[in-house]
Design a protein around this ligand. Structure first.
Ligand code: SF4
Length: 836
């Protein structure tokens, strides 16, 4: 927001801030009249800005080196001059315009880049689209809004809004979006903002949100919350809980602390309310007495202290440091372990200063853990909060290494997150539950020069520039302090733990020796195939053969996150499960529907509160606090909110939550992949179309001249597509386009034409919905052309059935007639060998 010719000019930032927090807009307008005190940029924010500029410069340099003509609009000029220069460069038709200034009062903006595209406009046979360069690795809503503002501003210069805009992400990826996909939301929110700007509110109160920690007005809001004794001061309270309390006239920490024990709050479970009340009370008492207080929570099965395994003298205490600003996609640069050997404490750091080292170091870390656990099978790895576990999972999958070992560590529940123990076992008078808050109870004050994770990122960056090893030592000391603190926390919790609490023990069939053996066998089989595939590879076909080797265990890799989520759910509270789409939370027995028998099982009916979920009938289910399949969902009425659970168990708990239980029968898919690999090893040409596709070769079409377009723009796209498909030489044709481009229509026309000329057609997709959509279009076209044919669709009973007139559903593979003119089904159908 800036003053301009006696008016206010708005920018994309103003609009984004209005979306994020209306109070921020209130303060922005206030500040525009009388400057307010902003939070000063800390070292981390300055580093972020510096990295952003460096990345921008690096990207611009790469464009220059590729031979593009880039014109920069100098920023020292006035806004008018910059706008005028931008327009001149647009008229000259440069490939890129860097720091382009755009203005249409009351909006203005400085786009990182304008990119020339071959779409005619008022400027000539070309136009420009906005491009923004971001350090982030994934697009955020604010990036999209920013680009919508630039696209909107471009309209006046070239006659119409650009078709799309792009983001260059921190990992080098370019993501392009269509303006029309966001236009409606953008226009609505822009209008709302303009309406607000024409008459800003006189008063507003801050409400904490996820944007506060990086907000320039945080200091002001913090002061306000302290003054108001706002509920956000209560440790671990969520915004949704604050709203529910405020709606019931509980506005302050004090009023929550002193709340009547019999009070209840609609839509807030009794358990959550009690937790918040006693948290508020402990903090309130500390205010009065100045003393730290602690209370133990009532034991809860499988939670709190029950998560602690029996301690072992060889337990490891683990902490990681990462640099999210490392280009292209972050770097985990330090893995630290603290442990005891013959009574002597050891700190073992593993460093990685670039991406190649990160992979090697990660392998060393996992090998160290596996070797340590082999010698000390009862040891565990302790850490605080989820960063370490999440990073390990991410590294194993993104680096494609030590996946099996990481899976065994996770399934063996060898990682122990002490935050989860603390969360359900104790309550303290501290205003937060970071490990630094807890250290007030069990550790002397830290003395290291690096005090926070943010500071460690800044110091690490400083080291990269100076190579001053004293800086690495400071980070290493900080990491050692964190590891040691984790050890002392475990010791403190062991002292607090009630003596009659059972130690956590792994009782899970999923980690059985049989299962582990199965995984090891699968891994070994894959390794043998990999050796055979790559034995006689050439430089040309190496990427293809490596890809085939990677595909072989694709399904096993895909299944892992589902299992990990199942374990994660065991930690969640009812409120969190209610927000989890894979669960139905807070079930209570139905008073109207009595249990009934169905064959050897019983169907129990339960009611559930309003919530969104993805559960469907016939899906497998388990309790959220267990990882055993208990049965299938017999019936589900989302209107009445009643679920029928079929199980062979004689009884079910009274109150519980359920989750989908993974039901993978990927055997046919896995076998098909191995069949394909066999054919490659044997050198047969059994699957030529797949080979061409995986090698990324061009489709092979009879009479097609090299480098000539497959579809001639001067001919009908339908006719040209039919012609191309009919002339394919054991190859493939890829049809691509945005929603509404006519892919389904074109495909159905091609399919009907193929059937008409006596060809048999197979149709497959990841979802039944997509298949059924195409089948509907095929039937419509066939009827119009009076074509009779025989078609079968392999469906499951229920939602996936096709409701057509010509194509018949079959529910069993044995009913399949391979001589049908059309066969449709998911990959499970086409993976069968008889359909090869
Ligand atoms: S600190 Fe939070 S509540 Fe205050 S203005 Fe910023 S985002 Fe809004």
């Amino acid at each position: 927001m800036r003053n301009y010719n006696n008016n206010i000019l708005f920018s994309a930032t103003d609009l984004n801030e209005f979306i994020e927090c209306p109070h921020k807009s209130f303060l922005n307008f206030k500040n525009n009249k009388t400057p307010l005190q902003k939070k000063a940029d800390d070292a981390h924010s300055l580093l972020l800005q510096k990295k952003g500029h460096e990345y921008e410069a690096q990207y611009i340099q790469s464009l220059k080196e590729s031979g593009y003509n880039i014109v920069e609009i100098p920023s020292q000029n006035t806004l008018e001059k910059r706008v005028e220069m931008t327009l001149d460069v647009m008229k000259s038709g440069a490939d890129y315009i860097f720091q382009a200034a755009l203005l249409e009062e009351p909006w203005h903006g400085f786009a990182d880049l304008l990119e020339r595209v071959n779409k005619p406009s008022l400027l000539g046979p070309y136009s420009y689209e906005a491009v923004d360069i971001k350090l982030k690795r994934t697009p955020e809503p604010s990036h999209i809004i920013q680009l919508c503002v630039y696209s909107d501003l471009l309209k006046q210069y070239q006659g119409e809004t650009p078709f799309s805009f792009s983001l260059i992400l921190g990992n080098g990826e370019k993501k392009t979006f269509q303006f029309s996909d966001f236009a409606q939301y953008y226009i609505t929110i822009k209008r709302q903002f303009e309406a607000y700007a024409s008459l800003p509110t006189e008063n507003s109160l801050p409400s904490p949100c996820s944007f506060c920690s990086r907000c320039k007005w945080q200091k002001l809001c913090d002061e306000q919350w302290k003054k108001d004794d706002h509920l956000s001061q209560v440790a671990n309270i969520q915004q949704s809980q604050i709203i529910k309390l405020e709606n019931n006239n509980i506005q302050t920490l004090e009023s929550l602390a002193l709340l009547n024990s019999a009070a209840s709050i609609p839509k807030l479970s009794e358990q959550t309310l009690n937790r918040l009340k006693s948290q508020a009370r402990l903090q309130y008492n500390k205010r009065k007495t100045g003393k730290n207080e602690l209370e133990l929570l009532p034991p809860s099965e499988g939670r709190g202290f029950a998560r602690l395994p029996k301690p072992d003298t060889a337990d490891l205490f683990f902490d990681m440091e990462g640099d999210p600003l490392y280009v292209p996609d972050g770097l985990e640069y330090l893995f630290g372990f603290y442990y005891f050997d013959n009574g002597n404490h050891i700190f073992k750091p593993f460093w990685a200063h670039n991406k190649i080292e990160e992979k090697k170091t990660f392998q060393l870390v996992i090998d160290f853990i596996i070797a340590h656990l082999k010698i000390h099978p009862n040891a565990h790895i302790y850490h605080y909060n989820h960063y370490e576990e999440t990073a390990i999972k991410r590294l194993a999958s993104s680096l494609g290494t030590r996946e099996n070992e990481v899976d065994n560590i996770l399934r063996g529940r060898k990682l122990v997150d002490l935050f989860k123990v603390v969360h359900d076992a104790i309550r303290t008078s501290e205003p937060g539950y970071s490990i630094k808050n807890l250290e007030n109870f069990y550790m002397e004050k830290r003395e290291g020069s690096v005090a926070t994770a943010m500071e460690s990122i800044v110091v690490y960056d400083h080291w990269k520039e100076t190579k001053n090893y004293k800086l690495l030592k400071q980070i290493s000391d900080y990491n050692e302090d964190d590891c040691r603190s984790t050890y002392l926390l475990q010791q403190w919790l062991l002292k607090l733990r009630p003596a009659d609490t059972k130690w956590f023990e792994l009782a899970n069939e999923e980690n059985s020796e049989e299962k582990k053996q199965g995984q090891t066998d699968a891994e070994r089989k894959k390794e043998l195939y990999e050796i055979a595939l790559l034995k006689e590879d050439t430089e040309d076909d190496h990427p293809f053969k490596e890809l085939v080797a990677q595909l072989l265990e694709f399904h096993r890799r895909e299944e892992k996150p589902e299992w990990w989520s199942l374990f994660d759910r065991q930690e969640k509270e009812v409120d969190e499960l209610t927000d989890d789409l894979e669960c139905i939370a807070d079930l209570t027995p139905s008073l109207e529907k009595a249990p009934f028998k169905e064959k050897k099982s019983t169907v129990y009916s339960y009611c559930f509160p309003p919530q969104e979920h993805k559960l469907k009938t016939e899906a497998n289910w388990s309790l959220t606090n267990d990882v055993k399949r208990l049965g299938t969902i017999h019936s589900l009425d989302n209107e009445e909110r009643i679920i029928g659970l079929k199980t062979t168990h004689n009884s079910l708990p009274k109150f519980f939550s359920i989750t989908l239980f993974p039901s993978h029968n990927n055997k046919p898919l896995k076998e098909a992949l191995y069949r394909f690999a066999d054919s490659i090893i044997a050198g047969t040409n059994r699957y030529p179309a797949i080979i061409t596709f995986l090698k990324r070769e061009k489709p092979q079409i009879k009479n097609q001249l090299p480098n000539a377009p497959i579809i001639d723009n001067n001919k009908s796209i339908i006719k040209a597509s039919i012609n191309a498909v009919e002339n394919l030489k054991n190859s493939y044709l890829f049809i691509q386009g945005p929603p509404g481009a006519g892919k389904t229509y074109t495909s159905s026309q091609i399919i009907v034409s193929l059937i008409n000329s006596g060809k048999r057609v197979g149709i497959s997709s990841n979802s039944h919905k997509a298949i059924n959509n195409l089948l509907t279009s095929i039937e419509k076209d066939a009827k119009e052309k009076r074509l009779l044919f025989r078609g079968q669709k392999k469906s499951n009973k229920g939602d996936s059935e096709f409701k057509g007139e010509i194509i018949k559903n079959i529910f069993s593979n044995k009913d399949l007639d391979p001589t049908s003119d059309l066969i449709a089904g998911t990959a499970w159908l086409f993976a069968r060998e008889e359909l090869d």
